[in-house]
Ligand binder design. Structure first.
Ligand SMILES: CC(C)(COP(=O)(O)OP(=O)(O)OC[C@H]1O[C@@H](n2cnc3c(N)ncnc32)[C@H](O)[C@@H]1OP(=O)(O)O)[C@@H](O)C(=O)NCCC(=O)NCCS
Length: 144
């Protein structure tokens, strides 16, 4: 079942983030506390929108994001998206994208945008789900 994210999903979602991103190729060492903080930051705002995939009461997929308004309409920016490592490749991610797309379209959104790591399996996943690469944009940062 796919449904909207609720604040009570935080602990399970954080646990899943830790378990997912420790895997190849990400190999990120998140603690439960840090994962909770990150998810809460994304999901506690007035424009936050998220979805979870639940099976027998267990959360196995989480999508965190938020609404932002641009000139041509409302965008949904995906901040985090992860499926339990043991459940990846079963079509759950695709179902969640399709669910979010339908739900957001009904609310008047015009697109979904996100960043992901070039060359990672997620790039292939998004391309299979009809996402395009915006060649005119570059990702920039300033380290302190
Ligand atoms: C990327 C991710 C959300 C896709 O969800 P999913 O449920 O595994 O994807 P689906 O089963 O719907 O689609 C499978 C396709 O996605 C791609 N894919 C990406 N990661 C994969 C993985 N770990 N296992 C299998 N397929 C993967 C493949 O191209 C696959 O196509 P194929 O089955 O024809 O080979 C999920 O694999 C995941 O959480 N990965 C780790 C975290 C991550 O990369 N998140 C996105 C960061 S922006």
């Amino acid at each position: 079942m796919i449904r909207a994210y609720k604040t009570s999903d935080l602990a399970q979602s954080a646990n899943l983030l830790v378990d997912t991103f420790i895997q190849e190729p990400w190999k990120e060492e998140w603690t439960e506390e840090l994962a909770k903080t990150r998810i809460e930051e994304f999901m506690s705002g007035p424009m936050s929108i998220g979805y979870v995939y639940e099976e027998n009461g267990e959360i196995i997929g989480v999508m965190c994001g938020r609404q932002s308004t641009y000139l041509y309409g409302k965008e949904y920016f995906i901040d985090e998206f992860f499926i339990s490592p043991s459940q990846q490749g079963r079509g759950i991610g695709t179902k969640m994208i399709n669910y979010a797309k339908n739900d957001l379209q009904q609310q008047g959104f015009v697109n979904i945008v996100l960043n992901t790591e070039k060359g990672y399996p997620s790039e292939t996943f998004y391309k299979k789900n009809n996402f395009k690469v915006k060649e005119s944009l570059i990702f920039m940062y300033l380290d302190f």
